[in-house]
Ligand binder design. Structure first.
Ligand code: ADP
Length: 201
């Protein structure tokens, strides 16, 4: 996001979403923004990381090894139970792995004047939204998180095949599951021309 500490220091509640394909620099951007909010902004920051992703151990880590301390949470309820009410800015990484309650939770914090900076994938390896869960009749997906964000930044990676702008994530192995945690090798950033969905062997 174009970092604007005036926005983060304002009184109004705001939801930010940093999204884009894998390797587009979402974690770097989240860590940078949280560091600036805490350091230069003098704001109280609390960060959460999806517990499902244990690739890099504790805290939010980028592929290049940038780090920001964060508590592991499996779901929105766990975030609620650990929430520091004095924090002014909340960072939540890998928002696509959370659940149907995340949307309302962000809206509730927003009403209290908090800033919520979400980071994650809106689209899966099939270029479809992630299904987060049901709310009555309604299916909540990552597009619903996108829809409620006040500011969103769509980051771009480099296509591994042509070096053009990559907006998509290609899965390089076959699986029927929507969620299979993995990094480089298992997934690649691609443009639309070089995107494909692995076929059943
Ligand atoms: P994300 O959280 O979006 O997966 P990270 O912030 O963890 O991304 O990592 C971004 C870094 O990944 C870049 O700085 C770059 O060094 C590296 N990288 C690896 N593959 C690519 C690619 N195809 N395009 C852009 N960056 C890439």
């Amino acid at each position: 996001m174009t970092l604007d500490l005036r926005l983060l220091r304002s009184k109004e509640g705001l939801v930010f979403l940093i999204h884009g394909p894998m390797f587009s620099g979402k974690s770097e951007e989240l860590i940078h923004t949280l560091n600036m909010a805490q350091g230069y902004g003098g704001l109280k920051v609390q960060a959460f990381k999806q517990a499902i992703d244990q690739r890099y151990g504790n805290g939010i880590r980028s592929h290049k090894g940038l780090f920001f301390p964060a508590s592991d949470a499996n779901n929105t309820n766990e975030i609620k139970s650990m929430l520091d009410p004095d924090a002014q800015v909340y960072g939540i990484s890998e928002m696509e792995f959370f659940d149907q309650d995340l949307r309302q939770f962000c809206l509730d914090l927003r009403k209290q004047g908090k800033k919520i900076i979400l980071e994650g994938l809106v689209l899966d390896y099939r270029i479809k939204p992630f299904i987060m869960g049901q709310m009555g009749e309604e299916t909540i997906t990552t597009l619903d998180i996108y829809a409620i964000s006040d500011y969103d930044i769509r980051l771009t990676a480099a296509c591994v095949d042509c070096n053009g702008p990559a907006h998509f994530t290609r899965r390089n192995f076959y699986s029927e599951k929507q969620v299979e945690v993995g990094g480089a090798g298992l997934y690649s950033a691609t443009c639309i021309d070089h995107h494909s969905i692995p076929r059943k062997p």
